[in-house]
Design a protein around this ligand. Structure first.
Ligand SMILES: Nc1ncnc2c1ncn2[C@@H]1O[C@H](COP(=O)(O)OP(=O)(O)O)[C@@H](O)[C@H]1O
Ligand SMILES: [Mg+2]
Length: 431
């Protein structure tokens, strides 16, 4: 019997940047494997159902059944075993071990078994490992625990470098999403000295080449039209290197071509890119297609850029609401208010945005025609054009927040402050 997918209140994690490993980082995308689970407890079955619809498991094929280990033994005496069997059992140690021995008789070579039990017992754990059980989890377990466990079994951090993917999208067109994507990605590559790739998915009108003053190989369309051919060498040929740590996957920007790519093609291209660099920034056009929805749903983080007006607020809310459904185990998208504080324009305030969207705005970037237009026309990043421009600091903050690095600049400022603190304290007392 299969369980029905049930709507449960699942934790929708708030950001905990800078506080160690984020819950969302504990599990990485899981490869195309088959997973079958047999549960005694409906709550474990529901946790598995939640995991099965998570973005990290979209490639895996998951089926969940009730009946515990007895049902598993009966099933596999007649059917081949999948890559991974998860058994959730209420049995005590001795009974569990003898049933697992029976299950082992019908397990094909290469099948891994994970057991969810009720007893936190080291002796039992050792016995299970001796029998070749890949992992033992003690109930209660949540969807994220299960994904973390599966991820650890099938992702090898030594051999499978998997980069973080950040998707940037505008709540409307022309709100500065690409400008922010490029500046933040550039800042990451410069400050962290880590490789970053920008993938420009605005295939017809993308500005990545212009913004970096490059006449790039228009690689991304070629990759998308034959994703199965994309390997490390081809990727290397299709990328344009802008600086030591930054490469761009540039858009063709020609109009006599059709750009109807499948969501699968986009996903494959981004997967190959993320195998090669720690950070991939996707510059999405302000459009709504199957593939843009898929890329948003699959990204590690989403950054929505909005101008403080009503249409932007509505669109940002719609995107955030949709993502809540398809990304139950992830942090909410980040929101940047751009082109703010323009004199004489009536604007919706930061507080109103925060209340309506139930989140904290990540950054507010003022309208600054002078700096942005000149940097864009020069083909420079804002910091290259004018390191003192106000938005430079904001790009730095966003880059640190996304990569969950501590901001060394503000630390320095704090330490300077703390050195002065005793003197300031004395002065206050004198007064
Ligand atoms: N804070 C800002 N102040 C003034 N102009 C900006 C600001 N941010 C972006 N721009 C300008 O707005 C224009 C549109 O930006 P772009 O990044 O292409 O938008 P989108 O990708 O959302 O369509 C560009 O000319 C850019 O230089
Ligand atoms: Mg754009």
């Amino acid at each position: 019997m299969s369980t029905q997918a049930t709507e449960l209140e699942e934790p929708y994690f708030e950001d905990e940047a800078g506080q160690g490993l984020h819950p969302c980082d504990r599990a990485r995308p899981i490869p195309r494997i088959s997973i079958q689970a047999f549960c005694d407890d409906l709550r474990i079955a529901q946790a598995l159902q939640h995991a099965s619809v998570d973005r990290r498991l979209t490639k895996a094929h998951v089926s969940v059944h009730m009946g515990g280990i007895a049902a598993a033994i009966a099933h596999y005496s007649e059917n081949p075993t999948p890559n991974l069997i998860i058994v959730d059992s209420e049995l005590s140690g001795g009974e569990l071990l003898s049933d697992l021995d029976r299950l082992a008789e019908s397990c094909d070579v290469g099948t891994k078994v994970v057991v969810v039990g009720r007893h936190n017992d080291v002796m039992l754990y050792r016995e299970l490992l001796k029998r070749g059980v890949a992992e033992y989890l003690v109930a209660p377990v949540e969807a994220m625990d299960l994904m973390e466990c599966i991820s650890n079994l099938y992702n090898n951090p030594e051999t499978d470098p998997v980069g973080q993917v950040y998707a940037f999208i505008g709540a409307k067109g022309g709100v500065g999403s690409s400008t922010i994507c490029h500046n933040v990605a550039w800042t990451m590559s410069e400050s962290l000295k880590t490789n970053v790739t920008i993938a420009d998915l605005d295939l017809a009108f993308g500005t990545t080449g212009l913004d970096f003053n490059q006449d790039p190989v228009q690689g991304i369309a070629e990759a998308l039209s034959a994703p199965e051919r994309l390997d490390d060498q081809l990727l290397d040929r299709l990328l344009t290197k802008c600086s030591e740590h930054l490469s761009i996957f540039a858009a063709p920007v020609v109009l006599d071509r059709d750009y109807d790519f499948s969501p699968e093609a986009c996903e494959t291209v981004i997967d190959v890119a993320r195998q090669n660099v720690p950070f991939v920034a996707i510059d999405l056009p302000h459009g709504w297609s199957q593939w843009s929805k898929r890329l948003l749903a699959q990204a590690d983080e989403i950054v929505i850029t909005a101008v403080p007006d009503l249409a932007n607020l509505r669109n940002a809310k719609n995107i955030i609401d949709l993502m809540k459904v398809s990304r139950r185990n992830d942090v909410k998208p980040y929101l940047i208010l751009n082109m703010a504080n323009l004199p004489k324009r009536q604007e919706i305030s930061v507080r109103e945005f925060e209340q309506a969207l139930d989140l904290k705005v990540l950054a507010v970037i003022d309208h600054d025609s002078e700096a942005f237009s000149q940097a864009a026309n020069n083909g420079q990043m804002l910091e290259e054009f004018n390191a003192k421009a106000k938005a430079v600091e904001k790009f730095h903050d966003v880059a640190m927040k996304l990569t969950r690095r501590k901001d060394t600049r503000s630390e320095k400022q704090n330490s300077r402050l703390s050195a002065l603190a005793p003197i300031l304290e004395k002065l206050k007392r004198k007064r």
